[in-house]
Design a protein around this ligand. Structure first.
Ligand code: BG6
Length: 473
């Protein structure tokens, strides 16, 4: 058998894409609540268009999302029926500290997650909890400039300490910041950063990155002090990089791209800034506002390294080599050997095996795949049932590749959670029609629908995969 007896099979969601109820339970507003559906979305995600309050011109799909806030009992029951060993979700920071800088948390918010975790435990589902999945309270964005401000390190740590203490014994697996490298590509979504036209974006981004890295390592230290049983992970938007050709400049561009993306996990897994990053700061005149103690804090490294994998990325360093691949925040060149999803994301199961090998070689720490899946248009029948063989094919080939990485290559992999195990709002596009789930949710791109949940064909397939511990694909 390839996978250990206690391998953590499951699925993943994020509060901002599933929970809804943003105006309920004393919750404050978050950056992600204000990212609208439609043509302005990308500019807001990147921090180029200011959206600090709701307006009447846009639709904000995260406000109600799939309303897991009121449906969580039914949703967890369905996950249990599939046999989930783990369920990854995020806590909405603004539900616990509505403004972010209060001294006391919001009890109603704490109670909501306590009930949710207890419900999961009832079914022996291990919670895997992200502290910041693209979320920061809007008050911290408006009043402090979000993560560019060092004070946010303390606010984040107060939030982290509060939930570590409250959920001690209920939650053991934690991720500090989701897809931490998205800060570079979608800065408002990833880190609440909006740029004034006069600002040097690179300087702001790396200052914010430093603050997030320090906050993440301090939270790791706090988590271990509160409960030595806690396991803390970092989380990267991953996907192996291929050079477009064997032209040395294509290969060099690939190495540079590796440095760009792995920078974050290099710090979180090794405990110090890599030399290539220090040289980059020098060249770019990035003078980090840091305290000497920050570098001691960074030594508190993570227990495991987690990542999302949807596709590999092809990198070109020669002008005219390849055409740009559409549809993803992390830009790449089209790979002519690979098919693409309906959103242009290239499908590459072997790339997952390569990614696992590259990351295990690099860090020698247990790995956890916390997102993988296919966003596709589903056509339900009159009963809401979807025959999603395309999704089953995608997942089957990726699970087979990860099995090879474990069985043949000896990678230490502790779990696998598919993305959007229940249909939810797409982070990139704000659509409901870009569906990832095993469970169909009756809701359209305009927020209309009954919210009825219906298991798809893939629901029964994944149940069988889990029951056989990955043997019956
Ligand atoms: C990751 C995020 O970027 O990919 C998720 O952590 C996101 O929040 C997922 O939903 C899939 O991307 P998209 O744009 O299809 O929702």
């Amino acid at each position: 058998m390839a996978f250990a007896e206690n391998f953590l099979w499951g699925g993943a969601i994020a509060a901002n894409q599933a929970e809804g109820g943003v105006l309920e339970g004393g919750r404050g507003l978050s950056n992600v609540d204000l990212i609208p559906h439609g043509e302005d979305r990308l500019a807001v995600i990147k921090g180029e268009l200011k959206m600090f309050d709701f307006d009447d011109l846009h639709f904000y799909p995260g406000v109600n999302a799939i309303d897991m806030y009121h449906h969580y009992l039914d949703d967890i029951r369905l996950f249990a029926e599939m046999g989930f060993k783990t369920f990854r979700l995020s806590i909405s920071w603004a539900r616990i500290f509505p403004k972010g800088d209060e001294l006391e948390p919001n009890e109603e918010g704490l109670l909501f997650y306590e009930k949710l975790f207890k419900e999961m435990r009832k079914y022996n589902i291990e919670p895997l909890v992200t502290l910041a999945h693209f979320e920061i309270p809007m008050h911290l964005v408006k009043e402090y400039g979000s993560w560019r401000n060092r004070k946010v390190i303390d606010f984040f740590c107060r939030y982290a300490e509060t939930v570590f203490k409250r959920y001690k014994g209920l939650v053991k697996y934690w991720l500090t910041v989701n897809e931490i490298n998205i800060l570079l590509h979608g800065s408002f979504m990833g880190a609440g950063l909006y740029f004034e036209p006069s600002e040097n974006k690179t300087h702001v981004k790396y200052q914010a990155a430093h603050n997030q890295l320090v906050a993440s390592s301090r939270a790791t230290k706090i988590a271990h002090e509160i409960d030595p049983e806690n396991k803390i992970g970092c989380m990267l938007a991953a996907g192996v990089h291929y050079p477009y050709s064997c032209h040395p400049q294509d290969y060099w561009a690939t190495i540079e791209r590796d440095h760009h993306e792995y920078f974050f996990t290099d710090v979180q897994a090794r405990g110090y800034y890599p030399s290539y990053a220090l040289k980059f700061f020098e060249r770019e005149h990035i003078d980090l506002h840091a305290e000497p103690s920050d570098f001691d804090d960074l030594k508190h490294t993570v227990d495991f390294v987690s990542f999302s994998y949807y596709c590999s990325r092809t990198i070109s360093g020669v002008e005219g080599h390849g055409e740009l691949n559409p549809g993803n925040l992390l830009q790449s060149t089209k790979n002519e050997y690979l098919a693409s999803s309906q959103w242009g994301w290239q499908i590459d199961p072997l790339g997952l095996r390569s990614t696992l090998n590259v990351m295990y070689d690099r860090y020698q720490k247990p790995l956890f795949i916390v997102e993988n899946g296919l966003g596709a248009i589903d056509e339900p029948d009159a009963n809401g049932y979807v025959e999603d063989d395309y999704r089953i094919d995608y997942l089957r080939s990726h699970i087979a590749a990860m099995k090879d990485a474990v069985e043949i290559d000896g990678v230490d992999l502790i779990g696998y959670t598919t993305w959007g195990c229940i249909d939810l709002v797409s982070a990139g596009t704000g659509q409901m029609s870009k569906r990832y789930g095993f469970i169909y949710v009756d809701l359209d791109d305009a927020g209309q629908g009954s919210l009825k949940r219906t298991p798809k064909k893939s629901f029964y397939w994944y149940k069988k995969v889990i029951a056989s511990n990955g043997e019956d694909l």
